[in-house]
Design a binder for this molecule. Structure first.
Ligand code: FES
Ligand code: FES
Length: 219
């Protein structure tokens, strides 16, 4: 057995000033760990009982915490009673059941939650729903015209601009706004100005190709 293996499998204990060496098997070590874990669990439960006697338990959200907000999403008006802290992303997914907009990081770093607010791309995880009464909100569900896909959606399919598809709703909403912004003229500029939308599958080359095609004037 080498030196490091020995140090893992043996230990010295000091009891009342008397030092002795002992070898501990893996099974014994696991048993000790489980016992310690059980002790910690019992202590924390006891702590909970003691705290319960002196502290007020956390208050769950009630109607008094809610605000009424009217959101216009994909042309439809929705009235919600929600807490002011609810993000636009959570309002869409958790309160309206619109799961097309994806939650990735929930911290403004991945772009999966991108929607259009008055035509501009916005990370819906970084804005509160109550800030948007009267705004025109468009999600991925609102881009197609019936059975006719939006040109950006069609271009993404044509160029295989996705693999797992998780980033795709955000990529497409971002691309729709980018084309309207009319600032990207080259592949490099498309990449740069889509940089807020991360694709973990690395489909960037195909995404750029799709956006390039969608930005070409039709007819
Ligand atoms: Fe909003 Fe990542 S989920 S930026
Ligand atoms: Fe999978 Fe972009 S297609 S993360």
């Amino acid at each position: 057995m080498n030196e490091s293996a020995q140090s893992l499998s043996s230990a010295s204990f000091s009891t009342g000033g008397e030092k002795r060496s002992a070898r501990i098997t893996r099974r014994e070590a696991i048993a000790k760990t489980l016992k310690a874990g059980a002790g910690i669990s019992m202590l924390s439960q006891a702590g909970g009982l003691l705290r319960g006697a002196t502290e007020t338990p956390p208050r769950s959200p009630s109607a008094a915490d809610s605000m009424i907000v009217t959101l216009t999403i994909n042309g439809a008006v929705h009235t919600l009673a929600i807490e002011p802290r609810v993000t636009l992303l959570d309002a869409l997914r958790e309160h309206l059941g619109m799961y097309g907009t994806k939650k990735g990081c929930d911290h403004g770093q991945c772009g999966a939650c991108t929607v259009l607010v008055n035509g501009e791309r916005v990370n819906s995880c970084l804005t509160l729903a109550v800030m948007h009464p009267g705004d025109d909100i468009t999600t991925i569900e609102g881009l197609a015209d019936g059975d006719t896909l939006h040109p950006v959606q069609a271009a993404f399919i044509k160029h295989d601009a996705f693999q797992c598809g998780y980033c795709t709703p955000g990529q497409i909403c971002s691309a729709v706004a980018l084309i309207k912004e009319d600032r990207a003229k080259t592949d490099g500029e498309i990449s740069e100005q889509m940089a807020g939308n991360i694709c973990r599958c690395g489909a960037y080359q195909n995404i750029v190709a799709a956006v390039r095609e969608a930005m070409q004037p039709t007819g």
